[in-house]
Design a protein around this ligand. Structure first.
Ligand code: GAL
Length: 660
């Protein structure tokens, strides 16, 4: 790291050399820090260049020094109390073609110290400075105004930290989750009735699929004071329920649709609910998968202990009782293939079969990751040329879910393989190959495509030769509100392609990177989208707020709705949006979103939602009935937050999928 002495520093040094006791100061050019730790809403921040790689230029003036980034962006710097002052000029780079609007802010230990107000393209660079004496951490934040992040090329020009003489440690850029951003508004009162009722209640999927002849495991998700006793009427031949655990296990004999009447008795009452079992080929994931995945928290640092810990936490934190059931290892578990071509497992993991058995012993399911290419995205061996062998290894370990990530397959498709491919064949070939391999294995394995939405995967992912259960619709989600909202609010167009057994996947949850209101936006939107809810966090560090939000059965019930209609955007006004989806019992789920930076009223208008007359409205997050409304319901929504409603009168008490 360079420390650049400015004239002030030189003067202070000179005075000190001369024996005059003034504290001397040195300045640090902030662009010399490790900018890989800095987040951006588009591309990557660059030192001394605009975010698109041109000279830094604002309102016609060129700057040699600075950082070119893109809203929403944050640079967190641990200054360890060694800095006294921060100063920079800020503005929108001229490359933004006269568009874009950004607010630049400086935070010290989470407190807003200076703001530029809204800067528009062509505005002259503005001086932003702050006294940061004593701060442990500062953050430079560039946020979009309320109009989205398009064209928000944000420049920090000549950014300079003044360090005091005592500075024994150097400031260092760090990855920090969304330190600063919107005003810290109180989250919605989701705790109000968050305590699960002592009476038994059954949650999670109402419809579950399985292939006859293959092992089946479904633990009935149930809350309530124990001891609970489970029973089930109408279970098809080959399946049984354990009265104490509520695990339904066995092997279905023949294809068909079965209605199973579940009953759970406890000291505080009885719960009953129908569970539909659909037995047949390619009938898995009748509702979107719920669970956990290692990538968004551990990346390649995943190991067996962490996976076992996540397994235990899904149980001990009660998430299993609300329906979470997959424990998925992402990339970085592999070792080079053995002499006979069997995929190796690296030393961070022991016996995969033992791990699978452990996960199953808790009533949970086991997921794994590979690539159709020769290498995974992290450079481990992929499945190319070994698909059958790998599918058999997975089945022998007890794997229930495969995420299959395109990664290096482009090289094969472009001609490194036997035949170059183009068009749809290029997209489908690798996934059809693994589909055949999975069909040949002795186990039900949910098939998750990860190819970032290429070739409009939602249009062909459910074709019989692929029969994917879910497909990523986008590139990777990142640890920021900007990334989450850029992905989530762009999902309306392919809603119609999602349905039971085949889901759009806007990528995994990143709750630990978000503020409370932003977490509610994430979960409201993802459950409206009928998206898989795969928690990407270290559950041992999850806050009570996050756990309560994840344990909200009404939110999960919407995600798991058996009709499987994904939500679409019904209205957009300024920085607010309204999305809705129909539910099986004739009601609709509605999300009111505020993407802006200040609290505002958002209105759900009947005319936009296809409703008429007086309708009962229920608040999903607060779990209470709000009464009847006519024509519209308008509610305050916090900055970056969401309100979640169910509107309408249920037309049935229980769901059975007869005739589906
Ligand atoms: C990416 C994928 C991520 C993660 C990663 C592992 O391509 O989108 O979700 O799986 O690879 O290397």
């Amino acid at each position: 790291m360079n420390r650049v002495l400015t004239s002030r520093g030189i003067l202070a040094s000179a005075l000190l050399v001369a024996g005059i006791g003034v504290a001397h100061a040195a300045d640090l050019n902030v662009e010399t820090l490790d900018l890989s730790k800095m987040s951006a809403g588009w591309q990557k921040p660059l030192a001394n260049k605009s975010v698109a790689g041109a000279d830094l230029k604002v309102a016609g003036q060129t700057f040699a020094r600075g950082i070119g980034t893109h809203a929403d962006s944050q640079l967190a710097i641990n200054v360890f109390g060694t800095a006294t002052h921060f100063s920079a000029l800020v503005g929108i780079d001229d490359e933004a073609e006269g568009k874009g609007s950004v607010v630049f802010e400086i935070y010290a230990d989470g407190k807003l110290k200076a703001t530029s107000g809204v800067m528009h393209a062509n505005n002259k660079p503005k001086r932003l400075e702050a006294d940061i004496t004593g701060a442990k951490q500062i953050a430079l934040v560039a946020q979009s105004n309320d109009d989205g992040i398009d064209y928000d090329h944000a420049d920090w020009l000549e950014p300079t930290l003044t360090l005091n003489d005592a500075a024994p440690v150097k400031p260092v850029a760090v990855e920090a989750p969304n330190l600063a951003g919107v005003d810290d508004e109180a989250p919605l009162p989701i705790f109000a009735s968050a305590k699960p009722s002592a009476e038994p209640q059954i949650h999670g999927a109402r419809v579950v699929g399985s292939t006859p002849g293959r092992p089946f495991l479904f633990a009935v998700p149930t809350t309530g004071e124990g001891p609970l006793k489970f029973s089930a009427k109408g279970l098809p031949t080959g399946l049984k329920i354990d009265a104490d655990t509520g695990f339904i296990t066995g092997t279905l004999g023949s294809a068909g649709t079965y209605t199973v009447a579940l009953e759970v008795r406890g000291p505080r009452g009885v719960a009953r609910r129908n569970l539909t079992l659909i037995a047949g080929a390619h009938k898995l994931a009748q509702t979107p998968p719920l669970g956990w995945n290692s990538w968004n928290i551990y990346y390649c640092g995943v190991d067996e202990d962490k996976v076992r810990a996540a397994t235990d936490e899904i149980v001990s934190l009660g998430l299993q009782k609300h329906g979470f059931r997959y424990v998925n290892i992402d990339d970085c578990w592999q070792a080079p293939r053995l002499a006979d071509g069997t995929i190796g497992v690296n030393t961070k993991f022991g016996e995969m079969k033992a791990l699978g058995d452990y996960i199953h012993s808790k009533g949970l399911l086991f997921g794994i990751y590979s690539s159709p290419g020769p290498k995974t995205c992290a450079g481990y061996d992929g499945s190319y040329g070994h698909e059958d062998q790998d599918a058999k290894s997975y089945a022998s370990w007890g794997v229930d879910y495969l995420k299959h990530d395109w990664c290096s397959y482009g090289g094969v498709a472009d001609g490194n393989g036997p035949t170059p491919m183009d068009g749809l064949e290029r997209q489908k070939h690798p996934y059809a190959t693994m589909r055949r391999a999975l069909d040949g294995a002795s186990r039900d394995i949910v098939y998750s495509l990860c190819q970032y939405g290429m070739g409009d995967v939602w249009k062909w992912g459910a074709d019989p030769d692929i029969s994917a259960n879910l497909w990523r619709t986008t590139g990777d989600i990142g640890p920021s509100y900007a990334s989450m909202t850029n992905i989530g609010f762009a999902q309306s167009d392919h809603a119609l392609y999602a349905g039971p057994g085949h889901w759009n996947d806007p990528d995994m949850l990143f709750l630990h990177a978000l503020k409370p209101n932003e977490q509610l936006t994430h979960l409201t939107l993802w459950s409206l989208l009928a998206a898989p809810l795969l928690i990407g966090s270290d559950l041992s560090k999850a806050t009570p707020f996050t756990l309560d939000a994840l344990s909200n059965d009404e939110m999960i019930d919407i995600d798991q709705d058996p009709l499987g209609h994904a939500a679409e955007r019904r209205a957009q006004r300024g920085s607010t949006q309204v999305w809705s989806r129909p539910l099986w019992n004739g009601t609709i789920a509605v999300g009111l979103f505020n993407l802006g930076r200040a609290k505002t009223k958002v209105s759900a208008k009947w005319i936009e939602l296809g409703l008429r007359g007086a309708q009962p409205v229920r608040d999903v997050w607060a779990r209470h009935d709000m009464g009847r409304f006519t024509d519209e319901v308008a509610l305050d929504v916090p900055a970056h937050g969401a309100q979640y409603l169910i509107i309408g009168t249920p037309n049935a008490a229980d769901y059975t999928a007869q005739g589906r």
